[in-house]
Design a protein around this ligand. Structure first.
Ligand code: SAM
Length: 322
């Protein structure tokens, strides 16, 4: 089992398969994707070696992310190889949802269990303003299609000070009938966008008391659960989750490790630098990789240092997938 020196166990791998994205979210790639950090992103055989090693070390959940993972033509092959790996029980992806209406069935048939779709507003104009893409209607059709083919659906919404009041009410209205888990994510500071962060960061903590006052009840966390605290309410088909990376003790329940599309292991979303595991992946040596991963885990720190404005090597989250 992958375990660090603070006793935390790592059941959950977040695997970025590309840095490329065709959206221009204001908090991530406002000027668009500028090109890769390495000559090539991880190949399918390299990903197979990686996922096999993690699975043998106790990882049961893989999230395929990016950049935008669905931009890879071999995305269904990546899902399929995760599905074929012994020990992997849950396969999820995070996507902007632009291809969901068309591809949800193919992804489900390849073995996908869950899709997280990023939707920052249900107002088409605001959505286009935040993401640089006028595609809200298409993406909402994709959410319906994903539910129809039997995928579990979560929606990621970054809390932005300028839009929060509107965001909250329109999403709550939507959740009365829509059986998805909507997760409000507190904006995190990244190296490229300190100014945007200073203007738009809003603590999500007051929303927690608001939800409890309105009769929402906490849902018990599973072993491979993500970072959200989730709540349900008898009058709503959907659930609400809060991801509060600035809250006290956020890191104490960390169960995730990340591998970037360039083959670097990141022990934290905001670590100082990625650790190169690509030679082991190229070699295809699962046993040697397992030993190496266990050694590297000794370097994991107790917490991130975001409170001190230290964003580590993360210039934007498209590098690593959030
Ligand atoms: N392209 C995919 C998508 O649009 O969901 C996956 C990559 S995206 C980087 C993953 C998630 O990170 C999205 O839900 C996005 O909203 C979130 N994200 C990106 N930058 C963020 C930031 N600075 N703070 C909080 N969440 C962020």
């Amino acid at each position: 089992m992958l375990q660090d020196s603070f006793g935390r166990k790592f059941h959950y791998l977040r695997l970025s398969v590309t840095e490329a994205c065709n959206f221009k979210c204001q908090y991530c790639l406002p000027d668009g994707y500028k090109g890769p950090s390495e000559s090539s992103f991880l190949s399918v055989p390299e990903i197979r070696t990686l996922v096999t090693a993690f699975a043998r070390l106790g990882t049961s959940k893989v999230r395929i992310t990016g950049g935008e993972p669905s931009l890879r033509r071999d995305f269904p092959d990546i899902i399929r190889l995760c599905r074929q790996t012994e020990g992997i029980k849950t396969i999820a992806t995070t996507t902007h949802g632009g291809r969901l209406a068309k591809d949800a069935l193919a992804w489900k048939e390849a073995g996908l269990d869950q899709v997280n779709v990023s939707i920052d507003s249900l107002d088409p104009r605001l959505f286009a303003d935040i993401t640089g893409q006028n595609k809200l209607t298409e993406i909402l059709k994709g959410v319906d299609r994903a539910l129809e083919v039997g995928l579990r659906v979560k929606v990621n919404t970054v809390l932005l000070k300028g839009f929060a009041g509107k965001q909250l009410q329109e999403f709550k209205d939507w959740l009365v009938q829509t059986p998805v888990t909507l997760r409000f994510i507190e904006l995190m500071e990244t190296g490229d966008h300190p100014q945007f962060f200073n203007q738009q960061h809003l603590s999500g903590l007051p929303f927690k008391s608001q939800l409890l006052d309105e009769g929402w009840s906490p849902v018990i966390r599973t072993q491979d659960a993500g970072p959200a605290e989730e709540f349900h309410h008898p009058d709503f088909a959907g659930r609400i989750g809060l991801i509060l990376p600035y809250s006290k003790d956020f890191c104490s329940t960390c169960n995730r490790l990340r591998v970037a599309a360039n083959g670097k292991l990141h022990l934290c979303l905001f670590s100082e630098h990625g650790l190169d595991i690509r030679p082991w992946l190229k070699e295809g040596d699962v046993d040697a990789l397992m030993v190496h991963l266990q050694t590297l885990l000794g370097q994991k720190h107790a917490t991130h240092y975001l409170h001190d404005g230290n964003t580590g090597a993360t210039s934007h989250l498209a590098m690593l997938g959030g």
